[in-house]
Each structure stands twice: as C-alpha cells, then as structure tokens.
Ligand binder design. Structure first.
Ligand code: ATP
Ligand code: ATP
Ligand code: MG
Ligand code: MG
Lengths: 223, 223
C-alpha cells in the first residue's frame, strides 16, 4: 500500500546539515499493522510525516496506493491527507481553543460517512469529556482525543505516533484492541510508532530504524 | 519530607464540579524515590502540581520540609519552587523560541552552584543538540531537555511527570540510572509519576491513586 524508495530527509541547520533519513527503502503492506521502532532521535516521526504527506523527502519517492506523493501539488496533498489519512501526533496537536468534541468534529465534518464526535470519544473511553478543553484534560485524555479525531473520519491509512505513550497499561490495552478491530474488521492499514515491545509484537510487520535506514524488517507468522 | 493531609482539589466547570482529589493523605519520605501510579485521568499530575506548589489545593494541607505551602504568598511560593524544586512536566513545557541550551540555562542561572547547561545536556545524552530549538528536536529529545533543565539546578526535590514516557527502553534505562544516582549520591528526594511497572518497582515507595484518594501504599524491602 505504501512504498518508500531510497527516501532521504536532511534538515539544514545553519552551517550543518542534519541527515536524519539516509536512504530508507521499505513497504507497508495493505490491510496490515506495521510497527516502526528505533531509538529516540532515530527518525521515526520524520518517516511517519513523509508517509502521511505532512512533509516532503529531500530525495527518493513516497508512493501511497500507487500515487507518488512527490508529484502532488500542495493542494492535492492536502486533499489526499484529509480524505484518506488519519494522523495521531506524538504531541497530540489539539486546538486549545476548541473543546474535545469540537476538536474531533473539525476532522470528521469534512468527510462523508464519518463517525459522530461522541461515538469516537466513547470508543476511546472519554464519554462525558466532550466539553472539556485540552487544558482541562489529563495527558492521556488529550492523547485519546487525538486518537478519536483520527479514527472519526474512517481513514484508509491510520498513522499513529506512539498512540499509547501517555496511557496506563489497562487503558492502553483497550486502545490497542480498538486499533486491532479497525484493522481486522474494516481493513484499515495501520502504521504505528512505538517504544513498547509488547505492542510491536502485535504488529504483522516491524521496521527497525537505525542510523537513518531500515536496519531490519520482521514479519510475524500470522499474516 | 512532604506530607499531604486530606488534600482535595476540585475544578469548577460551568455548572458541574470535577472533584479530582477527594482527601489525599500520604507522605513522601526524604531521600527516597516515590512513584505515583494510577489510571489515565486519576489525578496524578494534579497531585504532583500541588506538591510542587504549582497549584493550590481546594482544601487540606501540603507540607514540604515543615512549611505549609498553603500559608505562603504567591511570591514566597515562587521562591520556594525556584530554589528547591525541579519539575519535569508531562508535556515538557519548553520555550519554543529558546534553544535547548537556553532552555536549561534559564532554570539554572538563578541558582547558585548549578550545573552548566552543557553538563546537564550531556548527562541526558544530548551532547551536540544544545543549539536545536524544541521544534528541531524529537519528542524524546524534548523530554530529555526538560529533564536536563530540572536537574541542572540541583534541587532538593525532583518531581517528574512520566519522565521516560517518550523514550525507547535503552534511553529510558539511562535516564533512570541518572535519577537513581542523583538519589543515592546526592540524596535528592524524587517523586515520579509513571505508567511503567518496572519503573515503579525501582521506587522505595509506590502510591496508588484511585477514585481521588491514595488507595494503597507499598514500600519496597530496600530502604
Ligand atoms: N527541523 C529540524 N531541524 C534539525 N534537526 C531536526 C529537525 N527535526 C528533527 N530533527 C532531528 O532529526 C532526528 C530525528 O527526529 P525524529 O523526531 O524523527 O525522531 P524520533 O525517532 O521520532 O524520536 P523520538 O522517539 O524521540 O520521538 C533527531 O535527532 C532530531 O533532533
Ligand atoms: N482545569 C480542569 N478543569 C476540569 N477538569 C480538569 C482540569 N484539569 C484536570 N481535569 C480533570 O482532572 C482529572 C485528573 O487529571 P490529571 O491530569 O491529574 O490526570 P493524570 O492522572 O495525570 O492522567 P494521565 O495519566 O492521563 O496523565 C482528569 O479527569 C481531567 O479531565
Ligand atoms: Mg518521535
Ligand atoms: Mg498526567
């Protein structure tokens, strides 16, 4: 579903160039759960942003569903993201001046056949918190609003940057069960960055990032 | 070192009152590592903010080193925090317009005998990242700048809100070893909120928050 071909991403910083991704070649199988693992600072978020069309590579190609994202205009890229990709950000990226419900609504209302905000909030265990502003929510609750916002629009591709990082084990298990249901029943292709070994073990494929490239690919026995 | 006596904290929200802490009574032993655990939304961050004097209880007393924080003026509270408490925030709270080095410096420069920013950054594995702005750092790197900022001022009391939440296992282990060194060699009293069972197991005392009160206190065999 997603193919990365010799993708590089370099950040210029004054006189120095920070070469984060140095030729990543990998593929994300359709309808599967793929985990991306690697040390802090290894480039996982950078890679996810390229897959989701939030950033452009310095070189190489990012091909999603047959479309080379590099060839799309900014406007086409925005359209692609809005309709086909759900993104759970590492730092949630909620709008501070909108309630939880409104944060979910802004993502969903542009998409036909979306879940209602209250349905999405309920799925992540946040019944009754729809009127709280982000500043009136705990860290793990903000993370879950970010998840609700991403799933409400029923995307084909769900990109999750450490979606259970702020959650206790019990709540995290429920969120993972929700993601697995989306994958198994609705065929959603899921890519998730995780630092947790048990979570990576649930994935069909695990990509390990190290020194700017995919160091290893591991596929689990269940397809 | 810290005593909480029947502490309550309620947040008014329109017509409804959110009663988060409902009579917390507990103590944080001097020179020990105390972990606070509990579900997402159970009130851990709220409790830590009260201990650190960042927030005031609705009722009850927070006594640190013999001083009832409730009796201090805002100005005295600010002085107490600045000199005696190091705080690692759940969402890092870095200043976006200052570099990593400057973020650490602002906390340390007001305190005599502080570590230099570069020393602190080196201790958390961020050698060479001093010139990056927060927006040019990964999530786990931002978290570590937040830690460097808290420890640079050599506080008596170090309050850490999920200090390894964004870190891979290896980096997290190094940060915990650093915290344990501060505790064992410098006698720093540490309170850390964590969702991780192995991390809580390293603490001398574990406080479990549930339904707004301390449901259980567990002390480990090593004092
Ligand atoms: N705008 C930027 N300018 C310079 N360097 C950057 C920029 N953005 C990211 N970096 C660097 O790129 C590297 C990879 O960052 P990235 O956020 O992708 O890491 P990560 O694997 O997601 O880490 P973590 O697990 O800590 O979230 C880091 O070393 C970071 O400092
Ligand atoms: N300003 C506020 N107004 C209303 N409710 C609030 C406010 N701040 C926090 N809350 C509520 O208080 C409860 C506890 O929040 P807190 O941040 O202390 O939880 P936590 O235990 O740290 O959770 P997490 O593990 O998710 O970080 C949550 O249910 C939250 O929605
Ligand atoms: Mg990241
Ligand atoms: Mg919290």
């Amino acid at each position: 579903f997603v193919r990365l071909e010799n993708v590089t991403r370099t950040f210029p910083m004054g006189e120095v160039d920070v070469r984060v991704l140095r030729g990543v070649t990998a593929s994300i199988p359709r309808g599967c759960v793929t985990a991306i693992v690697g040390e802090s600072g290894s480039g996982k978020t950078t890679l996810l942003n390229l897959i989701g069309g939030i950033d452009r590579p310095s070189d190489g190609r990012v091909i999603v569903g047959g479309t080379d994202l590099v060839k799309l205009s900014d406007r086409e890229l925005t359209f692609f993201r809005r309709n086909r990709v759900g993104f759970v950000f590492q730092l949630y990226n909620l709008i501070a001046t909108l309630t939880a419900r409104e944060n979910v609504m802004t993502a969903a209302e542009l998409v036909a056949d979306a879940a209602t905000p209250d349905e999405a909030l309920s799925l992540v265990g946040l019944d009754g918190f729809g009127d709280h502003f982000p500043g009136q929510l705990s860290g793990g609750q903000q993370q879950r609003v970010s998840i609700a916002r991403a799933i409400a629009k029923r995307p084909e591709l769900l990109l999750c940057d450490e979606p259970t990082g702020a959650l206790d084990r019990e709540t995290g298990v429920r969120i993972l069960a929700l993601l697995q249901t989306l994958n198994e029943r609705q065929g959603v292709t899921i890519v998730l960055i995780t630092h947790s070994r048990p979570i990576a073990a649930l994935a069909h494929r695990v990509l390990s990032l190290e020194d700017g490239i995919v160091r290893s690919v591991r596929d689990s026995k269940n397809p």
